[in-house]
Structure formats: structure tokens, C-alpha cells
Write a protein that binds this ligand. Structure first.
Ligand code: AMP
Ligand code: ZN
Length: 488
């Protein structure tokens, strides 16, 4: 089986060859934790969760690193992220690290809700200031960077003069870039407007600041990803991912920093996930065109007619290829909900099918498996994979209606293949089963409380628990083995 990945740097699909046979090093740019993540952010992280799960399913041992941007950093439109940190700390009357903690916890909760697996390493920018200072020093020593008024900038013209190609990822031409850039940041400090900050001098108002050889300041945003990816994955690693919008300047700058520091391109395969839109506009906090994950799940919003379970949202996202734009809408969610329940119903039916080794089946399982895996290995084509899952669903319904047959061996094979693809690879969850589990846990708590009430001779309370549950159709039965329940 050959895995093909669309490499944004090459501009085409390529056969994936890991640096170390059977192993993958993957770095994905994480969130800036100054406010809650919106549903658009979730889509990008979910796309890479699917890719991570797929790689593992295909047999690779993956080291997945996803950072947390927790330092007020500099972007090319000025000190935007620091401004946001400052604004938020004032607004919420919190310490910067309280903001960081609050929104990191929120981020993890949200991703957990959508069943994303945690990465193997989740490094923070503030935990790697020393590494960032060292990289900056190295770039100054090798002549790729210069100090100016307490800040340090990467010299883009020098980089190009040495035969390297700034703009290779975003396919931008340096002359054009120079012509189109307004020098908003570092005015008068930079040699050229395209030079980007590696280290920035902290103004008196700047809250997050560290000592450095150039005075008190803070690292540039692009540098943190170079520092952390190099530290945990090496100077050249297999896959680097992030949203499309990070291609330029963020990833372009990461390539420049990596090449300038180590003389080699830092990443073999650049992968970019496409945007989530709402009302056909990119979801973004700054324009106000966004929805928070909890608002969608709880139903507290004016956009969707009802609440949707996170597993349905996940299914909806995966019905689009990670490189395509996805427009979220009420209709799309309703259609996903319908498809999702049919898929889950088919899986349930499969458990009650009696195999038949006598009759010939009209379903070619091997052929179906090949096609499904071809879709998965064709640049992680989840919509085509899902379409094949629904071919199997159709077959399962035909089995139920006794219009089709399946041998015992194939039945086991179909079950295990479907379960692996649906739950391990797509990361979907069986809502009904989960709900049953939750109900059971809740009833066990109530039974325990009733037992305690009886022990302390509070029969009024223990009877109330029994009667109220009975009124809801749940009957408690006391036996030698303890208390059990039945639901009518
Ligand atoms: P940020 O916290 O702003 O750095 O964003 C975190 C991630 O979300 C980045 O990889 C962005 O590319 C991605 N992102 C931001 N907006 C959207 C969107 N509307 N759809 C999909 N991904 C997005
Ligand atoms: Zn990054």
C-alpha cells in the first residue's frame, strides 16, 4: 500500500517516504490561547487528528507534536497577539498566565468533546524561550539576522542573496512582496519591510517579557515553531501541518529559519488544511462570523435550528476533504445527522447477522476493502472513504432484508474493518452506546446513595429514590447480589 500526500511545497501529491522507515514525525501549529477556540479552529485540529489516526492505523509509529502559543508574540500586522493578550488580561483582570491556563484548559475540553487524541508532545512557547534565544544568536552569527534597537530581524535579502528562495512555499516572488508590503511594524528598524522579527524589544506596556542578550523582549511567533519542532523532531522531519492561512508568512518564515540555521529544508511534506466557512465567509473571531463549539452542541445560537452532538459535527467535517473549504450550515448538519444514524444502525445490525457459508455473496469484500484503503491512502480522502462505508451500509441493510448473504469469515472481516475505519480512523463515537453507559453510571450512583440512606435508616429518602425512579420507568430490584435495575 502506497500512501500519497499532497505536499504544498511541491504543489502536488507525492508518495510518502518517511525519513525513518515505519516512523513519522509530525508537527502541527497549535492555538494561541488568549480566548476560546471557535469551530473553524476545531476543523483544522480535527483534520490533523484524522491524519494522525490514519497514519497510526496504516502502521506508522507517529510522534505528533502540537504546540501551544502562549507567549504574546508578534505578527506581521504589528504586535497583534500581544495586544490581544493585554486586552484580555485587562478585560478579565487576570495574570497573563491565568489567561493562558484558562484557555488551554478550554481548548483541551473542546478537543476532547470532539474525540481528538492528544498529541504525544504539547510544548509551550514560554517553555522554550532559551531555545529561541539560542536560535536567534545562531542566525546573527551566521549573518542571516541583525540586531536593531533591541530587536532582532531575519534578513530576507541576505537569505536570497545566498541562493535560498524566500517565497518558495507560498509561491510568492520577493520583488512583488517588497512592492506590496506596508511597513507597519518595526518601522525604521528593519533593513527591508519583508524582514521578520526573531526577537522583539518589549515596550514598557508589554507584559510578557524575558531577558536576552539584546535586552528585555519576547520572541517572534515564527521562531517558536522552529525551536520546538527542531527540538522534538529534528532539523528535518516528515510532516508539518497547519491551516491554509498559516502558509504565509508563518510557514514561509519557518522554512527560512530552518534552512538558515541548519542548511537543510526543515520539512519534507507540508500539509495545509482548508478553512471552515459560515454564511460563505471564513469563520473568524475578528469579523464576528463565528460560532463556538459549545454553542453548536448546546443549541444556544441563532444559526442552527437544534443542538448537534459533537460526533455529528465530527462526521460532518470529515465528509469534506481536508483540503476543501467546508461551509457549515443547518442543512449540512441535518444531512450528517441522518447519515450518521444510518451508519450506526448498520453497525448494530451487523452484530445480529447470521452468516451463510453455502450461498455466494454479491458483495466483493476484498475489492471493497481495496477501494476504501485506496481512498484513505490517496491524501487522506475522507469523503470518498465515507462513500465506500455507505456501500457497505447498503449491503448490510440488504443482509438484514435477507436479499444478500455473507460467509462467516467475511462477516468477521467486515465487522473488524468497519469498526476500525469508523471508530479508530474517523474517530466517530457511538452516541447511543455512550448514552447507555452514562445512564448506567448515573443509576449506579443513585443505587449507592439509596444504600447509604438505608444504612443510616433514612427510609424516607431511600423510598423516595426508589419511587421517583419507578415513576420514570426504572425499577430497582433488591437481591442477594445487590441492587439491579430494569428499564421499561
Ligand atoms: P490561531 O489560534 O488563530 O493560531 O488558529 C489556530 C488554527 O486554526 C490555525 O491552524 C488556523 O489556521 C486555524 N483556523 C483559523 N481560522 C480557521 C477557519 N475558519 N477554518 C479552519 N481553520 C481555521
Ligand atoms: Zn507554527
Amino acid at each position: 500500500m502506497q500512501l500519497k500526500i499532497y505536499n504544498s511545497l511541491a504543489g502536488e501529491k507525492e508518495i510518502f517516504k518517511p525519513i525513518l522507515e515505519g516512523n513519522v514525525g509530525m508537527y502541527v501549529c497549535g492555538p494561541t490561547v488568549y480566548s476560546n477556540v471557535h469551530l473553524g479552529n476545531v476543523r483544522t485540529f480535527l483534520s490533523f487528528d484524522f491524519i494522525y489516526r490514519s497514519l497510526m492505523h496504516l502502521g506508522y509509529k507517529v510522534r505528533y507534536v502540537r504546540n501551544i502559543t502562549d507567549a504574546g508574540h508578534l505578527t506581521d500586522d504589528g504586535d497583534v497577539n500581544n495586544d490581544r493578550f493585554v486586552k484580555q488580561t485587562r478585560l478579565e483582570k487576570l495574570e497573563p498566565m491565568e489567561i493562558v491556563q484558562k484557555y488551554t484548559v478550554d481548548f483541551h475540553k473542546v478537543l476532547d468533546m470532539f474525540n481528538l487524541l492528544p498529541p504525544n508532545i504539547e510544548p509551550t512557547a514560554t517553555g522554550h524561550i532559551v531555545e529561541q534565544i539560542e536560535l536567534t544568536q545562531k542566525l546573527i552569527e551566521t549573518g542571516f539576522a541583525y540586531e536593531s534597537n533591541g530587536s532582532v530581524y531575519f534578513d530576507v535579502l541576505e537569505y536570497n542573496a545566498r541562493g535560498l528562495n524566500y517565497g518558495e512555499l507560498s509561491k510568492r516572488n520577493i520583488e512583488e512582496l517588497f512592492a506590496n508590503t506596508r511597513d507597519l511594524d518595526g518601522q525604521g528598524e528593519k533593513k527591508n519591510p519583508q524582514d521578520f522579527a526573531l526577537w522583539k524589544k518589549a515596550s514598557p506596556a508589554h507584559i510578557m517579557r524575558w531577558n536576552s542578550p539584546w535586552g528585555e523582549g519576547f520572541p517572534g511567533w515564527h521562531l517558536e515553531c522552529t525551536a520546538m519542532s527542531t527540538k522534538y523532531l529534528g532539523e528535518t522531519f516528515d510532516i508539518h501541518g497547519g491551516g491554509m492561512d498559516l502558509k504565509f508568512p508563518h510557514h514561509e518564515c519557518e522554512i527560512a529559519q530552518g534552512k538558515a540555521c541548519n542548511g537543510a529544508s526543515p520539512v519534507n511534506y507540508w500539509m495545509h488544511a482548508n478553512m471552515l466557512t459560515m454564511n460563505s465567509q471564513r469563520m473568524s473571531k475578528s469579523t464576528g462570523n463565528y460560532i463556538l463549539p459549545m454553542q453548536l452542541v448546546s443549541g444556544e445560537n441563532d444559526f442552527f435550528e437544534k443542538p448537534f452532538h459533537p460526533a455529528i459535527v465530527r462526521f460532518c467535517f470529515l465528509q469534506a476533504h481536508y483540503r476543501s473549504v467546508l461551509d457549515i450550515s443547518n442543512d449540512a448538519m441535518l444531512a450528517s445527522e441522518k447519515g450518521f444514524s444510518r451508519l450506526m444502525e448498520a453497525l448494530k445490525i451487523l452484530n445480529s447477522i447470521t452468516p451463510n457459508d453455502e450461498k455466494q455473496s454479491g458483495f466483493n469484500l476484498e475489492d471493497w476493502k481495496t477501494k476504501a484503503y485506496d481512498a484513505l491512502t490517496d491524501d487522506f480522502n475522507s469523503p470518498v472513504l465515507i462513500a465506500y462505508l455507505f456501500e457497505a451500509v447498503k449491503f448490510i441493510f440488504a443482509l438484514k432484508d435477507e436479499k444478500e448473504t455473507i460467509s462467516a469469515k467475511n462477516l468477521e472481516d467486515l465487522k473488524s474493518t468497519l469498526n476500525a475505519l469508523v471508530f479508530d480512523v474517523l474517530g466517530l463515537q457511538n452516541i447511543e452506546e455512550n448514552n447507555n453507559e452514562k445512564l448506567d453510571q448515573t443509576l449506579q450512583v443513585l443505587i449507592e446513595l439509596r444504600n447509604q440512606a438505608r444504612k443510616s435508616k433514612n427510609f424516607d429518602l431511600s423510598d423516595q429514590i426508589r419511587d421517583k425512579l419507578l415513576a420514570e420507568g426504572i425499577e430497582l430490584k433488591d437481591g442477594r447480589e445487590g441492587t439491579t435495575y430494569s428499564i421499561s
